[in-house]
Design a protein around this ligand. Sequence first.
Ligand code: COI
Length: 354
Amino acid sequence: MKITIERTKTPKAKPDQSNLGFGNYFTDHMFLMNYDEGKGWNNPRIVPYGPIALDPAAMCLHYGQEVFEGMKAYHGVDGKCRLFRPEANMARLNLSNERLCIPKFDEAFAVQAIETLVKEDADWIPTEDGTSLYIRPYIFATEPHVGVHPAKQLIFAVILSPVGAYYPEGLNPVKIYVEQNYVRAVKGGMGYTKTGGNYAAGLKAQEEAQAQGYSQVLWLDGVERKYIEEVGTMNVFFVLEDEVVTPVLQGSILDGITRKSCVALLQSWGVKVTERLVALEELIEAAQAGRLKEAFGSGTAAVISPIGELRCGDKPLIINGGEIGPLSRRLYDELTGIQWGKLADPFGWTKVID
Ligand code: COI
């Protein structure tokens, strides 16, 4: 399929790079592609960024048939632009599609479409330290119908947003609230997918946690409310003495691309990493015994985000004196070093766009 390009006649002013925040600005162009039953995915195009007309009966507005991804383009120290493991994001998007009865797309073609769009808006990739161009591919049901069935018409869109750190704390440790009332997902549900509903399900808890001064919530398993799952926008890791543990994937949490990159990096350094059930009680005991050395989250948006406090009921667990720990720092430096082309990429994770 050939991607047609219609360039904007009114390019926007670029935002101040020192004050980007996360998800506040959007570039000049976007990618769109349609799905129509009988025709398949068709009409891939890059067009000026702008509103998308939807029928008021569009099924995504009623039944939430929507999936998305989060990835980034980085301006390297060598002036080259790099994507990080884009094929893994596209594979995960198709996995989400499968769960939400959305027709699969050609992953190699989607990576090519993203590269073409990023090249079109390459002058939007911020260059300041700690910044990047966030890429948001998403698919939503547009068929106008209010009965419940898998939509026969959908749109695949990609928009781009120059961003700084996801959390205003940057690399300073965040405070996380352990949620013991609401649940996000259960095995057999949609927890492993990136679908809007998973995030909508977390808003109430996040709002309540934020009112108490916490950045986000840490979810416990939805059945026994005993085992650690993930934070709203990141996977989690705990350093217990010289072992790193992270919740095992069982269908209720996201198979994070940053998560698997952290596991690979840690293992390449000879650090023991175990993916297993991690009970909250175990963490509390480890913290009391002085064995919980560090905790951090990982995600595309969050990168590596040290956790300085976990609030469990009325007990605050202060981790590493509320400071970033050595392993979190090393992971951040190594991962972003690879992404920004400062360090060699022995894993072949980055894809230079030229
Ligand atoms: C990402 O890390 O890319 C995510 O999708 C998290 C997002 C909800 C901000």
